[in-house]
Design a protein. Structure first.
Length: 251
């Protein structure tokens, strides 16, 4: 490489760095969550959750922002990107979210079919106060929930240079799923709940003679709900007796 070309390369890198510095928001810092961890992304404006449509593995109709309850497609796993700054965001299928071209787009913004964590799969979570975060692409732009959320088309842009209202997400991590314990005996239900990283809360009894004593009829939160680890799951169990206190006779 001759001197003129070398100087031109250095100048180009300097301009790129200056452009990155001009993007608004706090400087990149270490990931705010220990990884790997399961998280949800909730738009601040509308309170809706981001959904990886189909659980991931897509290049069109990739992200929705209209979910009002966090279920499986609304859960993402943050993994360490290996540089002390960025994370990869994995969908239910194990694919990574990709900021196409590294960011700066309003169409064909996000894919969810990557199987390797490379440059365009790296994101920084920039804390904006409390549990509010901006999601920054590898080129320094921010993801925008178009309209503040609650959309199934034209859902996300990646061209914002400042983190404002539509760029803010509530990120809740260290989540787990409430297991289905309906029909379990009390002991089995407790074991399943503990195995999911949860605790048993209140246990109330039903006297309609639906099942034998101690059988779990339902839980609250219900099976499949996404909750923080350590949360309490309340159980409703059969008392084995009718409303008059007599032992149930089951057919």
């Amino acid at each position: 490489m001759n001197l003129r070309r070398a100087l031109g390369t250095v100048a180009g890198l300097a301009l790129a760095a200056a452009g990155m510095a001009a993007l608004s928001g706090p400087a990149w810092a270490a990931p705010p969550f220990a990884t790997p961890t399961t998280c949800t992304f909730q738009t601040v404006n509308t309170g809706n959750y981001l959904t990886a449509v189909g659980g991931g593995g897509r290049t069109t109709d990739v992200i929705h922002s209209d979910a009002t309850v966090a279920r499986s497609w609304e859960r993402f796993t943050l993994v360490d990107a290996g540089d002390g700054v960025h994370v990869g965001i994995k969908t239910l299928t194990g694919n990574y979210l990709t900021a196409v071209n590294g960011g700066g787009l309003q169409t064909d913004v996000i894919h969810s079919d990557a199987t390797l964590l490379r440059a365009w799969e790296k994101f920084a979570l920039v804390r904006q106060g409390g549990d509010g975060f901006a999601i920054q692409t590898v080129d320094g732009h921010f993801l925008t929930a178009v309209g503040g959320g609650n959309r199934t088309t034209d859902v996300v842009h990646s061209d914002a240079t400042q983190a404002r209202a539509w760029e803010l997400f509530r990120v809740q991590c260290d989540l787990t799923t409430v297991p289905n314990v309906q029909g379990f005996g009390d002991g089995g239900a407790r074991n399943a709940i503990a195995g999911a990283g949860l605790t048993v809360g209140s246990v109330t009894f039903d006297n309609t003679c639906v099942d034998v004593f101690g059988t779990v009829l339902f839980s609250s939160p219900g099976a499949g709900a996404t909750v923080p680890r350590g949360s309490a799951v309340n159980l409703r169990e059969s008392s084995g007796r009718d409303a008059s206190g007599r032992p149930c006779v089951l057919k």
